[in-house]
Design a protein around this ligand. Structure first.
Ligand code: KG4
Ligand code: ZN
Length: 493
């Protein structure tokens, strides 16, 4: 006996059982096929020799609700608990999909089915008179609540102290403290300063998150913490806090990958990440291109920066132009009035010779140097440079190379989706060119709201919740900070 997801190939076997059980009220073949092929349904079959039972669930992402479409067991296979097995599978799947309730309709005269649903906690909430035709039998509408796990997520990989709380796929709180101002006078994030700032900010940020969610720490079911990649000293503060909370309150602890967290943020907005997707993560600390086939099981690394991160390049070029830290928003603002074609700055790792080894890698240090040379040369010659023109030309080079590679990855892997994440996503030109080029190429573009794009605790909580909902075991308490954690490792055990 085995359980398998149904495909179009199983329609004939389903029809045989349908007709045998339901006669004139059986579904039509095309209904069965469209049910199985609907992207929001989940159909499972029990096979024992051939198909002996099947069941289906429908859940539209972000509806937080699931409907049981059918449960059927062939006449000759009844009394073997197959119905219970199918219902257990549907309830597990509803949990994984983030449903907070499961609803169904059942024939009022089907005592056996009603009894099974009662055992699983379903209660009648409505009655639909003469719902089934032609028999005219009433339908009972039944419902059961699903307890989605409450997960608290902690983020401390760089200069943001984030504590987020989710319940399943639902965002409850996203409290943040940034130490950015403390780094301003150094022109970039200073690891020791960031670590000390996390230490000071953690307690108040935790309290704010709990207040925002309206819960106490006792109500949390699990704790998740980003254990890398990031700054070692900063990571250690978040991990120490997470371990302390886990031990003191006896909560399971999950060590999760920060980069995958950026992808998981999308779950909180639309109830799912449409997969597969290419993800382009651009911030002050990272520039990564990923192919995500499964959020928990299959994240492939395609490329990353071999020197500066995209945001770092903005910050360094801003300094060259005499603009304050963080430079990204400053450059973005003055570039608005500049000519992006004024100076042709280099596009790193974009030459044919780079395609073999660095097709999906990035390099911004040559670009930064080119901008510095351009400014120096003008100074030596005593010429005025147009800061808006330089800023616009620099921004154009960064945006061009980021999107050329991201879209090439979509095309190479035949993935018609692109998800953006990280603080550089605030960039106006990046958003504009991404929208234009994705539309041209028939690629669906996803940009989560900005508070979920920048480093935050909710995205870490979201991955933690996915792990809990999918029955994954917690991490053992011995894990440490992994400043260069590989993106393929979603959870550290
Ligand atoms: O994700 P994020 O908030 O955190 C860290 O990486 O720590 O990203 C911050 C980075 C900074 O380098 C900042 O200059 C850059 O994102 N950034 C921008 C813009 N807004 C922020 N870069 C380009 N254009 C922007 N509008
Ligand atoms: Zn990040």
């Amino acid at each position: 006996m085995e359980l398998k997801l149904l495909t179009a190939a199983d329609v004939a076997a389903v029809m045989e059982i349908e007709q045998d059980l339901f006669g004139s009220e059986a579904w039509a073949e095309r209904t069965v096929l469209s049910e199985i092929e609907n992207p929001f349904t989940h159909y499972i079959g029990i096979f024992d020799g051939g198909l002996v039972g099947y069941a289906g669930l429908n859940s539209v992402p972000a509806s937080f609700s699931a409907d049981i479409q059918t449960i059927a067991v062939a006449a000759g296979s009844q009394g073997k608990c197959y119905g219970k097995l199918l219902l257990e599978w549907l309830m597990d799947r509803a949990l994984q999909l983030g449903a907070e309730q499961v609803v169904l309709e059942v024939r009022a005269d089907n005592d056996r089915a009603v009894g099974l649903y009662n055992k699983f906690g379903f209660e009648q909430i409505d009655l639909r008179k003469r719902y089934y035709q032609p028999s005219g039998v009433d339908a009972l509408v039944m419902r059961v609540q699903v307890n989605q796990p409450i997960v608290l997520g902690i983020e401390s990989t760089c200069d943001e102290t984030g504590v987020g709380i989710v319940r399943g796929n639902r965002l409850l709180a996203n409290a943040l403290h940034s130490s950015m101002d403390e780094h301003a006078k150094f022109g970039g994030v200073v690891p020791e300063v960031a670590a000390r700032a996390h230490l000071e900010a953690f307690e108040p940020t935790l309290q704010r998150a709990l207040d925002e969610a309206g819960i106490t720490i006792e109500e949390v079911d699990a704790i998740a913490v980003a254990n890398g990649p990031g700054l070692a000293g900063a990571l250690m503060v978040g991990i120490g806090a997470a371990k302390g909370l886990s031990l003191a309150h006896n909560k399971p602890l999950y060590a999760v990958n920060h980069l995958v967290g950026h992808v998981g943020a999308d779950v909180l907005e639309r109830g799912t990440v449409s997969l597969p997707t290419i993800a382009l993560l651009v911030s002050g600390g990272h520039t990564s291109l990923l192919l995500v086939r499964d959020l928990l099981e299959d994240v492939e690394f395609l490329g990353e920066t071999i020197d500066d991160a995209a945001g770092e390049a903005f910050d360094k070029v801003a300094r060259v132009l005499g603009l304050p830290y963080p430079g990204g928003p400053q450059i973005d603002a003055i570039a608005a009035t500049g000519n992006p074609k004024a100076v042709r700055f280099p596009r790193g790792l974009s030459l044919p010779k780079d395609m073999e080894k660095h097709r999906f890698d990035f390099s911004f240090s040559g670009l930064k140097t080119a901008v510095a040379r351009h400014v120096e040369k003008a100074e030596i010659l005593g010429e005025e440079i147009s800061k808006p023109d330089v800023a616009a030309s620099f921004r154009e080079a960064v945006v061009d190379v980021l999107l050329t590679k991201a879209i090439a990855a979509c095309e190479m892997y035949d993935v018609p989706r692109l998800l953006l994440g990280g603080g550089v996503v605030a960039n106006a030109r990046l958003r504009q060119v991404a929208a234009e080029r994705c539309q041209e190429a028939g690629i669906e573009l996803r940009i989560p709201k900005f508070s979920l794009c920048t480093d935050n605790g909710a995205m870490i909580a979201s991955i933690g919740a996915q792990l809990v909902m999918n029955g994954k075991a917690p991490s053992s308490i011995g894990f440490g900070a992994e400043s260069t954690l590989d993106v393929t490792q979603v959870q550290t055990h």
